[in-house]
Design a protein around this ligand. Structure first.
Ligand code: ATP
Ligand code: MG
Length: 249
């Protein structure tokens, strides 16, 4: 591995301690007011915002290390379900785009109520309950990150709705994420997974982000021996991810 890569991942790794200290401190102030002093509602709000930001940085650090591990072919397989993975990815995206909906999703304890909250927010899951609940073996964190990136794009570019279709086959999982936005013109299809690539925005569609999400999602998919492709570009974009998964053990 190049020295530059070692330094970058170690610097990212070393962010963990200071972030943990901010998190622990903010939690202590919120949860141990008898010891550290009572907070008025305004102070409590500020500290809660700090805590949320610390948790966000913690997730980002975690994700950066996860992508770095994937680039070196390191994966961690655990037992999970498609429902676990989808829940994690959708929570992550809703946390950013609509925190109120994220809270409603958090409270949805079973699959049916989870689906209802999603539908109320124009996100439709096309999958059988059996497939969603089937135990599979895969690298849950990495698959969740891949879907978070696809979903975050779908939310960014959708007109009104997002459709997720998924299934579990004998030895693989298939998930497609489709939106009803402007789509991706054919001229860009070859570059769409390049680092820092962003389509020239059509009128009314400002470029947001860095053009890194899809490149990261592809690197993670390939580390898992899977395939990620743009299966439809016009009249809304649709991405398909196919990843091998071992059977329940
Ligand atoms: N669902 C989509 N609909 C329309 N265009 C898309 C869609 N997904 C990706 N794109 C185009 O592909 C480009 C690259 O996507 P990518 O996720 O890599 O970067 P980004 O979303 O711009 O930024 P980042 O993910 O780094 O925050 C986007 O800038 C956009 O032009
Ligand atoms: Mg993106």
């Amino acid at each position: 591995m190049a020295i530059k890569n070692i330094q970058t991942s170690h610097l990212v790794h070393d962010l963990k301690n200071p972030v943990n200290i901010i998190e622990t401190g903010a939690r202590a102030l919120l949860e141990k007011q008898d010891r550290y002093g009572a907070l008025d509602p305004k102070q409590e709000k500020v500290i809660m915002r700090m805590l949320r930001s610390a948790l966000k940085i913690k997730t980002l650090v975690h994700n950066m290390l996860e992508v770095d591990m994937a680039s070196q072919g390191i994966t961690k397989t655990t037992q999970c379900t498609l429902a676990d993975i989808l829940r994690g990815a959708l929570m992550e995206v809703f946390d950013v785009v609509d925190p109120a909906a994220a809270e409603a999703l958090e409270e949805a304890s079973d699959l049916e109520s989870f689906r209802r909250v999603l539908e109320a927010n124009s996100v439709f899951i096309d999958a059988t309950i059996e497939d969603l609940n089937q135990a599979i073996r895969t690298d849950q964190t990495k698959v969740c990150l891949i879907l978070t990136n696809l979903l975050s794009n779908a939310f960014k570019y959708r007109e009104t709705s997002v459709h997720v279709r998924c299934s579990v086959n004998a030895d693989s999982i298939n998930v497609s994420v489709r939106d009803d936005g402007p789509g991706i013109p054919e001229t860009y299809h070859k570059q769409i997974f390049d680092q820092y690539f962003q389509c020239v925005p059509a009128d009314g569609f400002p470029v947001r982000g860095h053009g890194l999400g899809l490149a990261g999602a592809l690197a993670l998919t390939e580390a898992l021996g899977g395939h990620l492709s743009l299966c439809r570009g016009e009249h809304g974009a649709e991405f398909l991810v196919e990843i091998a998964c071992g059977p329940e053990q």
